[in-house]
Structures are given as C-alpha cells and as structure tokens.
Design a protein around this ligand. Sequence first.
Ligand code: PGA
Length: 274
Amino acid sequence: MITETFQRKILMKKKASRRSRILVTANWKMAFLPNEAEALTREIAAIQVSDQLDVVLCPSFTALEGVAKTLAGTRILLGAQDVFWQARGAYTGEVSAEELRAVGCSYVIIGHSERRREYNENDQMINRKVLAGLAYGLSVILCVGESSDERRQNIHHARVSRQVHEALRNVPPPRYGQELVIAYEPIWAIGSGYPAERDQVITMAGVIQQALVDVFGVQISQEATRIIYGGSVVPENVKGFVDQENIQGVLLGKASQYASSFSTILGKFSSARI
Ligand code: PGA
C-alpha cells in the first residue's frame, strides 16, 4: 500500500520540475462562439508545441465542452475563466468547480481584474473561489494586480501582496497534480497596448514570491506554484517577461485570440532552455 508520506515524496519529485516549465495560458474572454472557439482550437492543436511548455486554453463556458472534445489526444489543457464557490444548489447562472471538472477542465482563472471591476468581486469572494477550485481538484490561476493610481501612490506592492494573502486565506497547499498559479496582471496593462516593464514585473514577482512563502513556506511554493505575467503581451515582447527564475509563463488575452500570434508565441519557447 502506498503511504501518504510516500505519495507526498513522489509528488514532490514531480512537482519539483514545475518551475522549470513554462505556462502559456490563453484567456479568450467572451470573444468566440463555440464553433469559432473550436475552429481556433483545431488550428492551435496543429502547432508543434515544445515538451517544456504547458499550454492552457480558457474559452467561454459555452465553448468548454466542444473545445474539450477538440483537444482530446493532445497535450493542451482546458481551463475556465471563472468558477462559483458553492458545490450545488439554487445559484442561478453560476457554474461550480465540479461542473468544470465534468466537462474536462483542469484549470480555472480566478479573480481576473475584469471580474473584480464589472462584478465587484472582492478578495473574500475570490478566496472562496480559490478554496472551491482547489477542493475539487482544479489548478487555480489567481489574478492579482494594481491600478495605475495605486502604482502612482506607491502602494502597488502592498496592494498585490494583500491580494495574494487574502485570496489564499486558509487555503491548503495544492494537492498531487494540482498547482496554484499567480498571474500578475497590472490593471493598466491589460488590453491597453502598454505592457509593464520587465523590471516592474520582476520586482512584483519578488513580492508575490514572498507572499507565497508567507502562506505555504519555501518548499511548497517552489514545488506547487508558478508566477506568470499578463497584460499586453505580444510575440515581440513575450520573451522579455519569462525567465524561469522569477516568471514562469504568461497569461495572454488578445495575442491568444489569433492562431498566428499564438503560434508565434509558442514557437518562441520551442527550445528547452529560454
Ligand atoms: P491582454 O489581456 O493580453 O489582451 O492585455 C490579458 C488578460 O486580460 O488576461
């Protein structure tokens, strides 16, 4: 019989390699009807993707099932753009983590700034979503990031650190096969065409890393978490944001919505070392 400790050891070995891999996540937002999402998925599935890359596509809820079918037999993974914290019940319009699992999701984006802004999602709600996502076996991509005002006032580090701490309140370490990804997405960089500067991202990755260590300790944060950047990433700048040591991937909006730019970005990481 495999003991809990033994299982944990195997898991640690496997997880130890996570940070040496690059995560490329596509946030398709509300851009596509199901048939359009499936067509784009077919184009993406035909791209040669390096073994060192983890690729996750996050279409709208209505496209999940079709995209899951299109992805069958590929290494590309499926994610959702949101989740509700309750498991089941009278919650009109909501979608649970179990439902996401049932259609083939292994990832979920939580706390995107568009949701924080449009639906007043606060850190407490996001915390409940993170707890639910992990409890049902999903890997979570938690989005954090400051506004331009917060950066101007020089409270951006404190703001992002608080977002991480609040979102991870009482969150147990990710289990076997799961990971927790923190996506640093400064609000002013999303969809603006003005990405953050590399130094700004690296500094913030340090702040996030510290918050992760506060919550999980050094070992778990090394083994079961990754930090990625999102906000106006395009083929021309993507490599500047990823350096394995600090930032292990990207969250793409616009650039993931065209097979050509997405494929160029994947191609940039085609060699094992970056
Ligand atoms: P963008 O979006 O790449 O279009 O700036 C990123 C995001 O919203 O996750």
